[in-house]
Design a protein around this ligand. Structure first.
Ligand SMILES: [Zn+2]
Length: 388
């Protein structure tokens, strides 16, 4: 077991400050150079914005659909968080390795890189692909760009494992993750003349009440008991608007989040909300001022991972990572995007999701060891039998 080497690689990866708002190019180039040292050629794919790139590499026989091991290179911000040690310096305390991204999800990437020479030396009957993406923590653009490329490739991967932290359990389904910004424009007057003005704050409150009623309805609409909260959730987490107690607010914005059960379209729920705004809320406001408006902007909309279609893959992988049963999680992953291009996908990686995004994020050394054992089992399996 080369766990010291894995820890060393992880410390290099953590040292790249790849918070989603920053460039990830240095990390990607470092990985590409490292793979090149082992004779593995990697494609660095430019992203949809400057300073961003994906990486895609194939190890093993060319021209055959392989098993893709995927990880996102970006991490969430540390601003405003109280860390015991520098978040970008991997620090060992007890049996834990602390650092931003140690669990989510540079730990998995470190294991995959450490196994790459082993994969390269093995006589694989089915290739392994390594995929690194950007912006997973914001709008998932990186995987969208990569998925577009893969969908047009002559040989697209046969299956994918995304190494998000699941404590090495096999996850077969996750909810979608959609974020919308609603901007209400009212009409400003002195509040003593309130009948001549429109408070954007009050209109936003009406929309949010409608969102709450929608949630009530969704409780009766369908459930999937595999999830801790077994329904689609709609939630308003941030609101901003108004200037003073005696001025009807000209502007109010809020963020609406929809975590849709697999198979439920967030955009369709948004269409319902929008329809209510246009048909019911807006007409009386426009009679007061033509300036009034209610607009919705999509910040992110990622489909859920649906377990129909990945059962055979789960069956193949559960023995490899010693996981006795299938799990479902409520956090978003890039899995739904890959499923859309016909690549069966499961989620399985080292570390715990509850420490992800938190101050003092850590991964247990034992989790990295378990991940290395899993990758070794995968390698041995691929020396004899394809996985998908
Ligand atoms: Zn993640």
């Amino acid at each position: 077991m080369k766990i010291d080497a894995v820890v060393n690689t992880l410390s290099r990866l953590v040292a790249f400050d790849t918070v989603s708002s920053n460039s990830n190019i240095e990390l990607i180039q470092w990985v590409a150079d490292r793979l090149a040292e082992h004779g593995i050629e990697a494609m660095v794919q430019p992203g949809s914005e400057p300073g961003k790139a994906n990486l895609f590499a194939t190890i093993g026989p060319a021209g055959i659909p392989g098993v893709m091991l995927a990880g996102h290179s970006d991490v969430v911000p540390v601003a405003g968080q109280q860390w015991t040690s520098d978040p970008f310096t991997l620090t060992a305390r007890d049996s834990r390795l602390y650092g931003r991204g140690s669990a989510d999800m540079k730990g998995f990437i470190a294991c995959v890189l450490e196994m790459a020479p082993r994969f390269a030396a093995a006589k694989l009957v089915q290739p392994v692909h390594i995929a690194l993406s950007y912006n997973e923590e914001t709008n998932m653009d990186g995987m969208r760009v990569l998925a577009k490329y893969l969908a047009q490739s002559p040989v697209r991967p046969a299956a994918c494992v995304i190494g998000e932290p699941t404590s090495m359990q096999v996850v077969v389904a996750n909810k979608g993750a959609a974020i919308f910004r609603c901007r209400v424009q009212g009409f400003s007057v002195h509040s003593s003349l309130r009948d001549q003005g429109v408070s954007a704050v009050e209109v936003a409150a009406e929309i949010i009440c409608y969102v709450n009623r929608l949630q009530e309805r969704l409780l009766g609409a369908g459930r999937n008991d595999g999830f801790e909260f077994p329904h689609t959730s709609v939630h308003v987490g941030r609101i901003e608007g108004g200037t003073a107690h005696n001025i009807t607010a000209r502007e109010c914005t809020f963020l609406l989040e929809i975590r849709a059960l697999p198979g439920v379209q967030a955009a369709q729920l948004l269409a319902e909300i929008r329809n209510h705004c246009e048909q019911v809320l807006l007409p009386p406001l426009l009679r007061i001022s033509e300036e009034c408006a209610i607009e919705f902007e999509t910040i992110a909309d990622t489909p859920g991972l649906d377990e129909t279609g990945n059962q055979a893959l789960a069956d193949a992988f559960m023995p490899l990572c010693g996981c006795p049963d299938r799990h479902r999680v409520s956090f978003g992953t890039e899995g739904g995007i890959l499923q859309e291009i016909g690549v069966p996908t499961i989620v399985c990686g080292p570390g715990e999701i509850r420490v992800a995004h938190q101050p003092d994020e850590y991964v247990e050394t034992a989790q990295l060891e378990a991940c290395m054992e899993f990758l070794e089992s995968l390698c041995q399996r691929l020396e004899t039998t394809p996985c998908a």
